[in-house]
Design a protein around this ligand. Structure first.
Ligand code: G4P
Ligand code: MG
Length: 175
């Protein structure tokens, strides 16, 4: 199967591009919410350009007995901090918009706390039919790159980062 491999350099450039577009849109987040674990590194790089604090959330597709669940559920949430989300502008960050299920779930959970606005940013949006939908309350959606529906290998999953970077030179075409 053809895969896309992105290097840390690629990811950094894509994150900066997202931050530039967030700024250009006039959206000034008060807080970045990172969806773990794939959203942690992208959120941290975006913070370099937007300079806002990061809160982390985690969701899982497995229950307490390790059985697959159809929908995501919380495994780590911002319980104390979520009391402070009312009236705040939130930038929700993840690495990939694949089925959109996790993103929909996280947006809905955040909306329960009366934020002023929730915007979504992902490094990569896969062109495909999505199982989930971004709620209509979300007026701003930033995808660093829109790519065909193929598996992405991120640099943080590489066991040999030099091999990974070398193979990234042979990515399938994107456009
Ligand atoms: P979505 O709402 O953002 O589309 O996420 P979805 O629920 O469809 O994704 C389920 C899991 O599959 C997520 O990981 C997501 O990051 C991962 N995933 C989907 N497509 C790719 C891909 O092309 N490459 C990689 N590396 N991962 C992909 P997760 O369960 O949240 O785990 P984590 O890796 O973020 O900790
Ligand atoms: Mg993820």
């Amino acid at each position: 199967m053809e895969k896309y491999r992105f290097t840390y350099q690629d990811i950094h450039r894509t994150a900066r591009d997202i931050a530039d577009r967030v700024k250009a849109s006039g959206f000034e987040p008060d807080i970045i919410v990172a969806i773990g674990s794939g959203g942690f590194i992208p959120a941290r790089i975006i913070r370099t350009f937007l300079g806002k604090p990061i809160l982390a959330v985690g969701v899982a597709y497995y229950d307490a007995n390790d059985k697959p669940t159809d929908l995501p559920h919380k495994v780590q949430w911002i319980e104390e901090a979520e009391k402070k989300l009312a009236g705040k502008r939130i930038l929700l960050v993840d690495e990939v918009d694949d089925s959109r299920t996790t993103l929909e779930y996280c947006v809905r959970e955040l909306l329960r706390h009366d934020p002023a606005e929730v915007a979504v940013a992902v490094l990569h949006d896969k062109k495909k039919d999505k199982r989930g939908a971004i709620p209509a309350e979300v007026k701003r959606y930033f995808a660093g790159r829109t790519i065909p529906d193929k598996w992405i290998v991120y640099p943080w999953d590489a066991e040999d980062i030099d091999d990974h970077d070398a193979m990234a030179a042979d990515n399938p075409p994107i456009d």
